[in-house]
Design a protein around this ligand. Structure first.
Ligand SMILES: Cc1ncc(COP(=O)(O)O)c(C=O)c1O
Length: 373
């Protein structure tokens, strides 16, 4: 709680607004992972029995729903087909049929690399149901995808430190609109969480920003300093944020094109649904994660396996965020593309040679002895 620390976290609060192009939003920066953002939204903005419309585009949509239900919200889902985001006309239909406190969605579902059109969703909600709050899980998109918080009329953007914000894991970072804060202040019951309650955190965040020490629970001082360093890079140095988004789009397109050229198909069914900070692609027919991922590791490239329950075994995910993309001199993107190409071709060659070793009668143990027939 030194004066020096208060200045640093105060700067983080101000720069968090800048990253999301907001002048009016209220940032919350709290020790915890991205998941705590779901708890903050559910605990502070819903009361038991209130309705939430959740636009579900993957694994993280399922968990987001589960979190709202844990606080007693009634959740209806618009479920997107695998590899796509929720259809806007389905969203409009749902909003016309029922009054919702919140429309919530995952901006980039990290399980599939599917991007939802946050601007278009917010426009639809404002037009059809202007009182409804728009809550965006942007854990996998902040600083990799453009998010214009004020201009698009978003009410909550929740994220975490460890992805595009390029800070070690451990911070739950959230921006709430004045309307969201008003809804919170007009609650009839206190939030059903102690640690995630904005009743506790709002005065603390305001105090930090005004330069005065305040305490509710111990801030993770080391992470706040790291976050300050990242935010300074993002908001005070070149490339600018808009230039960074353009670099992400360029790198993402290159990775997707190069992998398509060797026959790897993306999970996102259309470029409109394809995230720019990550790529999820299917393995070629006959290959699985253990055939490819250890080979990539040997080449110092770490990727993630599949996560979505429907197709877990069939695909893998490449993260291309932050310095990997922005510092082109590092050559990370070239390295990733080359390593994936080599690993896939080695794995295919090995699978072919194994097949060739199997004799025509189908047994790899050689001709079957008569006695066993
Ligand atoms: C889209 C999305 N939402 C929420 C989370 C949960 O964040 P955390 O693992 O930091 O709790 C993740 C984690 O990867 C995510 O990708």
């Amino acid at each position: 709680m030194s004066a020096e620390f208060v200045q640093v976290i105060g700067d983080c609060i101000r720069m968090t607004r800048e990253v999301l192009f907001s002048t009016t939003g209220q940032p919350f920066i709290i020790a915890g992972s991205g998941t705590l953002g779901w708890d903050q939204a559910a605990a502070n903005l819903t009361e038991p029995g209130e309705s939430v419309l959740l636009l579900n585009s993957g694994y993280f949509g399922d968990s987001f729903t589960e979190c709202f239900r844990a606080y007693g919200a009634e959740v209806d889902e618009v479920r997107a087909d695998f590899g796509t985001a929720a259809n806007l006309s389905d969203v409009e239909k749902a909003l016309k049929a029922k009054k919702y406190r919140i429309v919530a969605f995952t901006h980039v579902d990290t399980s599939t690399g599917v991007l939802s059109d946050a601007k278009a969703i917010a426009e639809t909600v404002k037009r059809v149901s202007p009182d409804t709050l728009v809550v965006v899980d942007a854990v996998c998109s902040v600083a990799s995808e453009e998010i214009l918080f004020d201009q698009w009329g978003l009410d909550v953007v929740l994220t975490a430190s460890q992805k595009g914000l390029a800070t070690p894991p451990g911070l739950s970072i959230l921006l709430a609109s004045p309307k969201a804060i008003q809804v919170f202040e007009q609650r009839t019951r206190p939030p059903a969480s102690y640690y995630a309650s904005w009743k506790k955190w709002l005065p603390v965040m305001k105090s930090y920003e005004s330069g005065a020490a305040a305490y509710f629970a111990t801030p993770p001082v080391n992470l706040i300093y790291a976050y300050h360093a990242s935010l300074t890079q993002l908001t005070k140095r070149t490339p600018t944020l808009q230039e960074r988004f353009a670099l992400h789009r360029k790198a993402s397109q290159r990775i997707k094109d190069e992998l398509a050229a060797i026959g790897l198909k993306q999970l996102a069914l259309d470029p409109y649904y394809a995230a720019n900070g990550m790529t999820a692609v299917y393995f070629p027919e006959g290959l699985k994660a253990p055939d490819v991922i250890p080979r990539l590791l040997k080449k110092d490239v770490v990727v993630a396996g599949g996560l979505h329950k429907d197709n877990k075994e069939k695909y893998f995910r490449i993260g291309h965020m932050g310095i990997t993309v922005v510092n082109e001199e590092r050559g990370d993107v070239d390295k990733i593309i080359a390593a994936v190409k080599e690993s896939i071709s080695e794995a295919l060659a090995e699978a072919d040679s194994k097949k060739a070793a199997i004799p025509v009668n189908g047994s790899s143990e050689g001709p079957r002895p008569l006695a066993r027939l």
